[in-house]
Design a protein around this ligand. Structure first.
Ligand code: C5P
Length: 223
């Protein structure tokens, strides 16, 4: 019998990429598979939490017993997250949210005009979902515990520590390279106020269970 670490807690998780349309048939996205976020949602449910998983476009089955909300763009993801945030106790931002979206979404498919000139795309910055939640009154008062992720290609420790402070979150989780996109394994670095701890290479589900145990410990200690 495993004691349930998160009974009575509501965990909100974002996962996967976002898709930012440039016209009705084309858009910008990234290679996030959503596996880490889905594993975290599953682990949180196993730990007894009520779980809402806000997923970008991914091809993954819904973990048993959780509520899944499918979204496309960063703006849609923010809206879905803000909808659930008032009842959440823990927010884990695993999604690889696009930093920018095309400034305009053309109503019709953009066509070649025969001139040989390629179209120029301009971009606008997307909302930062994690920073928005981390700055909310409930997060600031400690009622909502926010966890961020970082995928850095260099200087992971320094970058993850800086990102933790910049985003204003108590826990920042670094993906230790090489790129883990689509893989079933990962290595994580947990960065908190105390310092840095590595969770050695394992399946994403095993790591998710360890991460959830760490979050449960921290939220108990503070709340
Ligand atoms: O700034 P950067 O994209 O590296 O930060 C990564 C962390 O911030 C992840 O937890 C990611 O889910 C979150 N994020 C977000 N909204 C964005 C960009 C990143 O929630 N627009």
């Amino acid at each position: 019998f495993q004691p349930k670490l998160l009974t009575g807690q509501h965990v909100l998780v974002t996962a996967g990429p976002t898709y930012e349309a440039m016209d009705p048939v084309r858009g910008i996205t990234n290679l996030s598979s959503g596996k880490m976020g889905f594993a975290i949602a599953r682990a949180a449910r196993e730990a007894g939490a009520e779980v809402t998983l806000v997923a970008g476009p991914v091809c993954l089955p819904t973990p048993r017993g959780i509520t899944r909300v499918d979204v496309r763009s960063a703006s849609n993801m923010l809206e879905a997250v803000m909808d659930k945030a008032p009842v959440a106790d823990i927010f884990v931002a695993t999604a690889a949210v696009a930093d920018w979206r095309p400034a305009q979404e053309a109503e019709q498919k953009i066509k070649k005009d025969g001139s040989g000139q390629a179209p120029t795309l301009s971009f606008v910055e997307n909302p930062d979902i994690l920073a928005t939640l981390a700055q909310s009154p409930r997060a600031q008062s400690g009622e909502l515990f926010c966890v961020g992720f970082a995928a850095e290609s260099q200087d992971l420790v320094a970058n993850a520590q800086a990102k933790r402070l910049r985003k204003g979150v108590p826990l920042l989780v670094g993906n230790i390279g090489p790129a883990t996109f689509g893989q079933d394994d990962n290595t994580l670095l947990l960065v908190d106020e105390q310092g840095v701890r590595e969770l050695s290479r394992d399946t994403k589900l095993a790591l998710a269970r360890k991460l959830i145990a760490d979050i449960a410990h921290k939220t108990r200690a503070t709340g």
